[in-house]
Design a protein around this ligand. Structure first.
Ligand SMILES: Cc1cc2nc3c(=O)[nH]c(=O)nc-3n(C[C@H](O)[C@H](O)[C@H](O)COP(=O)(O)OP(=O)(O)OC[C@H]3O[C@@H](n4cnc5c(N)ncnc54)[C@H](O)[C@@H]3O)c2cc1C
Length: 139
């Protein structure tokens, strides 16, 4: 990436509109860029790469959430990592448990609203509850 060229929003990573994440991601990237520009009045070489690293961290959670969900459809083409079926089963159980576990529900809402990374749902409290109480039939 040449210095001086910086990509934000949909031009960098476009989300399926069904998930309603694109505006939030673009706004979070704009906020991150504003913070970086406030910190250093003059952009040094590699500024764009540092920003893109920050942007990729912003993108990671919504991308994982939406790609895990769309890969449930067998006709969706893409590189299905071996972790995808595991994440699909786990997320199904998170949804099930969030119907009567307040902590799991609160964590899920925070991740869905991009306030926390997806690892927030891998907390031992959530995993233990899923292992002990989940009755969902996984096909
Ligand atoms: C049907 C649909 C529904 C959606 N629903 C949701 C939703 O409910 N929630 C949500 O969060 N996201 C939703 N999205 C996604 C969201 O709209 C985008 O993620 C968001 O608008 C991206 O912002 P952006 O600034 O990166 O790009 P854009 O909003 O596309 O802005 C790019 C701008 O650049 C202009 N432009 C392009 N080329 C040039 C040029 N050569 N010179 C000058 N100007 C140029 C364009 O005209 C445009 O105004 C939806 C998207 C679609 C298509």
């Amino acid at each position: 990436m040449p210095d001086g060229l910086l990509i934000v929003g949909d031009a960098h990573c476009r989300f399926d509109p069904v998930f309603g994440q694109g505006i939030s991601v673009a706004a979070m990237e704009a906020t991150a860029l504003m913070g970086m520009l406030d910190e250093s009045k003059h952009t040094k070489p590699g500024f764009n790469q540092r920003f893109h690293t920050k942007a990729s961290r912003i993108i990671a959670t919504p991308w994982k959430m939406s790609s895990t969900a769309v890969f449930r459809h067998p006709k969706v083409i893409g590189n299905r990592k071996w972790t995808v079926p595991l994440l699909q089963r786990y997320s199904k159980r998170v949804y099930e448990r969030s119907s009567d576990n307040r902590d799991t529900y609160t964590r899920l809402i925070k991740v869905m609203n991009l306030l926390q990374p997806s690892t927030h749902l891998l907390h031992p409290k959530v995993a233990k509850d899923i292992l002990l109480k989940s009755h969902v039939q996984i096909t």
